[in-house]
Write a protein that binds this ligand. Structure first.
Ligand code: MIC
Ligand code: SF4
Length: 747
C-alpha cells in the first residue's frame, strides 16, 4: 500500500502544475485529488455540474449486503482477478438481539451461505475479506486503508467517512464497483463544490456531530446533490480525525457526492496510532499536495460554488428528526417543539455507536456522562444499546473500563456491526404500529428504518447527548441546562462531557478477522449452492426492444419522501440481498401511494383489485407482458446505495421512473440497470398523474443527451395530456439503456 501511496504523491506535483495551467488558477483540495485520479488527462473535460469525469480510484470497499450483487455482477465480467485493491466487510447481516457474543454466533449460522459465497469469491478474485464481527465497513476502512489524497469508491453511501483522513471516498452501487474491479474507469458527474469554512473551536456539549446536524438543517437532504463539500479554515484543524470522519460520513445525509477535510496534524496522530506511521510521515512530507492551495483559503468565494461559514465556538448541540435528518434544531429547543407537535415524550430506547459515532473520543465523552449519572445513583431509564464500530474499539472500550460503565447503566453492548441502524434489531418492547420515540447517534432516521415500525419517531444526536437522554428517559430533557433528580433526592446537573481523542495507551486489539485472498485463485470454486434461498446467479436483463413505451400503467405514484428504504426496505429483507427474485417482493413496501395515502399498497389497474403489494401487481403485469411506470416526488431514491432499489423495479418490469428530482447514487443505479430516470420539465406536472392513467414515452430511438422526451398521459375518458420530461443520460448511458443494462453493454 505504501508503494501505491508513494507513487501517487510522486506523480502529483506535475499533474497539479498541469491542472493549474489548464484551469488558469490555483486548486481546491477536491480538484487536486480529482485531477490526480483522472483516467485520461488529455481528453477529460472539466465543467462542474456538466462534464462526466472518468476516474481511476485507488481502492474499492464493499459491505456484505451490497457486496453480493457487486460480486455477482463482477463475475459476469469474466475476469480472473480484481484490477485494484478491494475488500469485503461482513457487518450488515448481523442481527442485534442479545449481545455481541451470541449475536455473532447466530449470524454465522444464519448467514452461512452468504458468508461462504463472499469469502470464497474474495479468496478467488483477490479481495481482502473481513469476517463478521471484525467491524463496520467504514470504521475498518478508516483504521486500515484510508489515506490522505486517495480516491476510493464503496458500495455503501457512508463511504465518505474517509474524508476524515483527507481521502475522497464516494458511495456507489454494486454495478459501479463491479466495473471498477473489472478494470474499467469509474464515471461520475463533475460535482460542484461547497466550501465550509470552520472557525473557532467546539465547546462544552458541542461535538463534531453537531456540525453535520446543523448543516443538514441548513442545506437539507438534497442540498448536497452532485456536490462535494470541502471543509477548511482554522476550525478544521481543531477537530480530531475521527470527528472529521463523523462529519464526512453523515454528509451522505445531504445527498453530497462526498465530503473532505484537508490533511493536518490530527490525521497524523490517528495514522500513527493505527500503526501507519510510515503513511503519516509520507503525507507530512507532501503536505502541500494534500491541502487546498493558499489562494483558495484567502479568497474561497472565487473557488467554491457556494460557501457556508460555521463558528464552532457558537455551535449548539443539536437533535434532528423524526423521520428525516434535516429536521434540525438545537437540543435546547426540542422540548417546546415536542409539545407543540405532540411527539411521544417518553423515550423507549437510546442507542450509541454505529459507523458514524463510535470513535474513542465519542465513547469516552459518552462514558464521562455515564459516570456522572451513575455517581448520582441513576441508571438508564430507557433501553440503552451500544454498537462499537470495530474490534479495536470494542476491546479498547473494554480495557479502559467504558464497557463496564455502560453496563452499570444497564446497557447491552452489541456486536461490532450495523445492527439496529439497519433494522437488524429484535425489539419486543413495543407493538407494531405503536407510536413511540427513540434517540440514537446514528445517521439515518427514515420511518421504519430501525425496527420496521413506521410509527417509531427516531431522533439523532451526539453520543453524549443520547447518553444523557438515556438517564432522563424523556425527549424533553435538555442536558445542557436541565437537571435530573439524583437517587438521594439532590439535583444532578451534568458537567459538559470530557473525553480523549485517542487512547493514551494505544488501541487494544482483538481478533482482527481479516482473511487474505489466495495468491492464485484459479483452483478456487465460488460457493454458490444451487437452489439457494439466499443467492442466485443473475440473468441478464432483456435488451430494449427498440419500441417506444406505449400506454403503460402506473405501478405506483409515490408521494413525499421516497428513500431507498421506502423502495427496498432492509431489516428482515436483508437476507435476500443475493436473490433478486425473492427480494423483489419488498419493492415499494414503504412508499406512500399518492392516490390513497397508504404505504406499500396499490391497485392493480388491469384487474381493478386494490390493496395489493406493488410486487404482486408488477408480477401480474409482467406475466401479461406489460411494463409499468413509477412516478416519484422530490429527491427520489434518497439515502443508501443499495442497487436493489433499482434492480427490483427493473426485474419487475418497470421501464421508467419519472420524478421531480433524484438522489445521485440512485439515479446512477437506475441508469446502470436499464431503467429510464426522467424528471418533469415542470415539477407541477406531477399532479397530473391519476391512478387509471396510461403513460406513453415516445421518441426513444432518438434519445440524445440533453434532449427532453415527450410523455403522454392518457386519461380514462380518452383525453390526452402531453408533458415534457428531462434526463441526464450521456451517450454512453443511452447505450446502457438500449443494451438493457450497463453490464449487458460490456459484453
Ligand atoms: C444504509 O446506511 O442505509 C446502508 C444499509 O448502509 C446502505 C447500504 C445497504 O442498503 O446495504 C447505504 O448506506 O448505502
Ligand atoms: Fe451500517 Fe448504519 Fe453505517 Fe449504514 S449507516 S453502514 S447501516 S452503521
Amino acid at each position: 500500500m505504501i508503494d501505491q501511496i508513494r507513487a501517487l504523491y510522486q506523480s502529483m506535483p506535475a499533474t497539479l502544475a498541469a491542472a493549474r495551467k489548464k484551469f488558469g488558477r490555483p486548486l481546491t483540495l477536491t480538484e487536486k485529488i480529482l485531477v490526480s485520479h483522472v483516467d485520461n488527462p488529455d481528453t477529460q473535460q472539466w465543467e462542474r455540474g456538466k462534464a462526466q469525469l472518468l476516474l481511476r480510484p485507488d481502492r474499492v470497499a464493499m459491505q456484505d449486503a451490497t457486496a453480493q450483487m457487486a460480486l455477482l455482477q463482477f463475475m459476469q465480467a469474466g475476469k480472473k482477478r480484481v484490477a485494484i485493491p478491494s475488500t469485503v466487510h461482513c457487518d450488515h447481516l448481523i442481527r442485534a438481539q442479545t449481545g455481541a457474543a451470541e449475536d455473532i454466533k447466530r449470524a454465522i449460522e444464519e448467514n452461512k451461505e452468504v458468508y461462504n459465497f463472499l469469502s470464497s469469491a474474495s479468496r478467488k478474485y483477490g479481495i481482502g475479506f473481513w469476517k463478521p464481527g471484525a467491524g463496520i465497513i467504514h470504521q475498518v476502512v478508516l483504521e486500515n486503508y484510508g489515506f490522505p489524497g486517495g480516491l476510493m469508491i464503496g458500495t455503501d453511501s457512508h463511504t465518505p467517512n474517509m474524508g476524515g483522513l483527507g481521502m475522497l471516498a464516494i458511495g456507489v452501487g454494486g454495478a459501479d464497483a463491479g466495473e471498477v474491479m473489472a478494470g474499467l474507469p469509474w464515471e461520475v458527474l463533475h460535482p460542484k463544490l461547497i466550501g465550509v469554512k470552520l472557525t473557532g473551536q467546539l465547546q462544552g456539549w458541542s461535538s463534531p456531530k453537531d456540525v453535520i446536524l446543523y448543516l443538514c438543517g441548513l442545506l437539507t437532504v438534497k442540498g448536497g446533490t452532485n456536490k462535494i463539500i470541502e471543509y477548511f479554515g482554522p476550525g478544521a484543524a481543531t477537530i480530531s480525525a475521527t470527528g472529521k470522519g463523523t462529519i464526512t460520513n453523515m454528509g451522505a445525509e445531504l445527498g453530497a457526492t462526498t465530503s473532505i477535510f484537508p490533511f493536518d496534524a490530527k490525521m497524523v496522530a490517528y495514522l500513527n496510532l493505527t500503526e501507519r506511521a510510515e503513511i503519516a510521515k509520507l503525507a507530512e512530507a507532501h503536505r502541500e499536495l494534500l491541502v487546498a492551495d493558499p489562494e483558495v483559503l484567502q479568497t474561497p468565494e472565487k473557488f467554491f460554488d457556494q460557501i457556508v461559514e460555521i463558528n464552532l465556538s457558537e455551535l449548539e448541540p443539536h437533535v434532528v428528526g423524526p423521520h428525516t435528518p434535516d429536521l434540525a434544531r438545537p437540543v435546547s429547543k426540542l422540548a417546546a417543539e415536542a409539545k407543540e407537535k405532540n411527539y411521544p415524550v417518553p423515550l423507549k430506547a437510546a442507542l450509541i455507536g454505529s459507523c458514524t459515532n463510535s470513535s474513542y473520543e465519542d465513547i469516552s465523552r459518552a462514558a464521562h456522562i455515564a459516570r456522572q449519572g451513575l455517581k448520582a445513583g441513576l441508571k438508564a431509564k430507557t433501553q440503552f444499546i451500544v454498537t462499537p464500530g470495530s474490534e479495536r474499539i470494542f476491546h479498547t472500550m473494554k480495557r479502559d473500563g467504558f464497557t463496564e460503565t455502560f453496563e452499570q447503566m444497564g446497557a447491552t453492548v452489541m456486536a461490532n456491526a450495523c445492527g439496529p441502524c439497519i433494522g437488524q434489531w429484535k425489539r419486543d418492547d413495543i407493538q407494531k404500529g405503536e407510536s413511540n420515540s427513540i434517540i440514537s447517534s446514528y445517521n439515518r432516521n427514515f420511518p421504519g428504518r430501525n425496527d420496521g415500525n413506521a410509527e417509531t419517531l427516531s431522533f439523532l444526536s451526539s453520543p453524549e447527548v443520547v447518553t444523557a437522554m438515556a438517564f432522563a428517559g424523556v425527549l424533553t430533557f435538555d442536558p445542557v441546562s436541565g437537571s435530573l433528580k439524583a437517587a438521594d433526592g439532590t439535583t444532578l446537573k451534568f458537567a459538559p462531557p470530557k473525553g480523549e481523542e485517542l487512547p493514551a495507551k494505544g488501541f487494544a486489539k482483538g481478533e482482527e478477522g481479516f482473511e487474505a485472498p489466495a495468491a492464485n485463485g484459479d483452483a478456487i470454486q465460488v460457493e454458490l449452492p444451487p437452489g439457494s434461498e439466499r443467492l442466485a446467479l443473475l440473468e441478464p436483463f432483456p435488451r430494449w426492444d427498440g419500441k417506444d413505451f406505449a400506454k403503460l400503467p402506473i405501478l405506483i405514484k409515490a408521494r413525499g419522501k421516497c428513500t431507498t428504504d421506502h423502495i427496498s426496505p432492509a431489516g428482515p429483507w436483508l437476507k435476500f440481498r443475493g436473490h433478486l427474485d425473492k427480494i423483489s417482493d419488498n419493492a415499494f413496501l414503504g412508499a406512500t401511494n399518492a392516490f390513497t395515502g397508504e404505504a406499500g399498497k396499490v391497485t392493480n389497474v388491469l384487474t381493478g383489485e386494490s390493496g395489493q403489494t406493488p410486487a404482486k401487481v408488477a408480477r401480474y403485469f409482467k406475466a401479461q407482458g406489460v411494463g409499468s411506470i413509477v412516478i416519484g416526488d422530490e429527491n427520489y431514491g434518497e439515502g443508501s446505495s443499495r442497487e436493489h432499489a433499482a434492480m427490483s423495479p427493473r426485474f419487475l418490469g418497470v421501464k421508467a421512473v419519472i420524478t421531480k428530482s433524484f438522489a445521485r447514487i440512485h439515479e446512477t443505479n437506475l441508469k446502470k440497470q436499464g431503467i429510464l430516470p426522467l424528471t418533469f420539465a415542470n415539477a407541477a406536472d406531477y399532479e397530473k398523474f391519476e391512478e387509471k392513467d396510461r403513460i406513453s414515452i415516445t421518441g426513444l430511438s432518438h434519445l440524445a443527451p440533453g434532449k427532453p422526451v415527450e410523455v403522454a398521459i392518457h386519461k380514462a375518458n380518452g383525453q390526452e395530456i402531453k408533458i415534457q420530461a428531462q434526463h441526464s443520460l450521456t451517450n454512453q448511458q443511452i447505450g446502457w439503456f438500449k443494451a438493457g443494462s450497463a453490464l449487458n453493454a460490456l459484453n
